[in-house]
Design a protein around this ligand. Structure first.
Ligand SMILES: *Cc1c(COP(=O)(O)O)cnc(C)c1O
Length: 225
């Protein structure tokens, strides 16, 4: 590939802007989370230099290897955790990340709340919903979302920004995005973290406020390392 990650980043920005326009959304209302999982600090640096300042990682331990250094060099960069969180990693996650998209059970919500209080740090929080009710996938079941939002708000006093979902790989994503939008609406939640490299424009047409795009910027991931 002769194109650089910075070139591909500009294309994604342009496609997001076009999709916002097409959907009659306010220009700039969709935030791009550049998903840098499996890529090294040296791959990420040029993307930051090109002007991208929100990044996503799906593993706390992997992020701990590359992001403290990057954050020291680029203090304005925001880091989002988009993958499953174990409660024994809540302390590390709250220290390193600015947002968590994968709150999906009481134990995690409680652990994150306790850590935010201890560290006197407030993260932006999204509840992950398993819209396809897939047994192997993380997320609150659609029928439990309203109660879980209430639990986070009323029992824990957490401020929840929105909902997040990863539609089933083999299905059309539109109905899943529509379902997530409906659940967010009826719970008064403004944030919708949905849409990846293959479907972010569709997600924007259904109201996505955060799209999580990895391979379309960084290239194909190599899991062999
Ligand atoms: C890896 C990942 C993405 C990005 O996927 P691409 O298809 O590479 O854009 C988005 N969201 C989550 C939760 C991921 O783990």
């Amino acid at each position: 590939m002769s194109e650089t990650a910075a070139d591909r980043l500009s294309e994604i920005w342009a496609r997001i802007a076009a999709a916002e326009k097409e959907a009659r959304r306010t220009p700039g209302s969709v935030e791009l989370v550049a998903v840098s999982k499996t890529f090294e600090a040296e791959d990420i640096r040029p993307v930051i230099e090109a002007g991208q300042n929100v990044f996503g990682e799906n593993r706390v331990q992997e992020a701990q290897k590359k992001w403290p250094g990057l954050k020291a060099d680029y203090p304005d960069v925001e880091l989002h955790l988009i993958g499953p969180l174990q409660s024994n990693k809540a302390k590390d996650a709250v220290e390193l990340f600015d947002a968590i998209h994968s709150i999906d059970r009481e134990k995690i919500a409680r652990a994150v709340k306790d850590e935010m209080e201890k560290q006197d740090k407030r993260l932006r929080l999204f509840i992950q919903v398993n819209t396809g009710e897939e047994p192997q996938k993380a997320g609150v079941m659609p029928g439990e979302v309203d109660d879980f939002v209430k639990f986070c708000r009323n029992d824990l006093g957490l401020s929840v920004e929105g909902l997040m979902a990863i539609p089933p790989f083999e299905e059309a994503p539109g109905p899943h995005f529509a379902l997530l939008q409906k659940m967010a609406d009826r719970n008064g939640l403004l944030g919708l973290s949905m849409g990846m490299s293959g479907d972010f424009e569709t997600a924007i047409s259904f109201g996505a406020t955060h799209v999580r795009v990895g391979s379309a910027i960084f290239g194909a991931r190599d899991y062999s390392g």
